[in-house]
Write a protein that binds this ligand. Structure first.
Ligand code: NI
Length: 227
């Protein structure tokens, strides 16, 4: 399941992100690439230990974690720190799959399994050419170039790429979540059920039908989740 979220960032936070991108220092994106992705990753990333970048990470992650669609569709257990990426003209990131396990230290602690990947677009789409996010699925390729402040979330199991930017600069935040529910198909069924039970609640209030549906939802989540 691939979802676009139109209202991921409020306007003030988007402006703050854009101004921090304008005054941050960047390093080669290869520094955080897995060994197989290093040859095909051509971008820049904000150096993570700058205080303004760390503060921005926290603000954006809080916003993402609190979004009702993220809560329902991702069922997040934990997030990886965001990467703030920049593609200047001529930069791209060829087809790859994101690392399955991220953030392990030398002792094996701190590991996060990537179940869901997301890209939060920060540059207005008419300010650059190219730079589309292309996600491969069994039904073909899906192409995303969203408005600034909008996000796309997709299963980390997918091959994906960022097309070459041929004019301008494309800024984005990218991140990963480990879900309580590992399987993408199970997450999708839970999301559908949750969406329907909320619609029934809005229409009829707390009816016997809502209670039954909620029971099924909760018991499936109980069965499928890892806590
Ligand atoms: Ni990726």
């Amino acid at each position: 399941m691939i979802l676009c979220i139109a209202d991921m960032l409020p306007a003030e936070l988007l402006q703050e992100a854009q101004s921090i991108f304008a005054r941050s220092q960047f390093a080669d994106g290869k520094d955080t690439a897995g060994w197989h992705a290093r040859q095909i990753k051509h971008n820049l990333q904000i150096i993570a230990n700058q205080p303004q970048a760390q503060a921005l990470q926290q603000k954006i992650l809080s916003q993402i974690a609190a979004h009702s669609i993220i809560a329902s569709a991702v069922l997040p257990k934990q997030f990886r720190p965001l990467l703030f990426s920049r593609y200047e003209t001529g930069m791209s990131y060829d087809s790859h799959v994101d690392d399955a396990i991220m953030g392990r230290d030398a002792n094996g602690a701190g590991a996060v399994r990537s179940d869901i990947s997301f890209t939060l677009f920060l540059s207005p789409p008419d300010s650059y050419e190219g730079g589309e996010l292309v996600i491969e699925s069994t039904s073909g390729e899906q192409v995303f170039k969203l408005e600034a402040g909008q996000a796309v979330i997709y299963p980390s199991t997918s091959l994906h790429r960022v097309c070459e930017v041929t004019r301008g600069i494309r800024d984005a935040a990218v991140g990963w979540a480990q879900s309580y529910v590992r399987d993408a198909g199970q997450r999708e069924m839970l999301f559908e059920l949750d969406t329907v039970r909320r619609a029934i609640f809005r229409r009829d209030g707390k009816s016997p039908e809502f209670d039954r549906l909620s029971k099924v939802y909760s018991n499936l989540l109980r069965n499928w989740s890892e806590v």
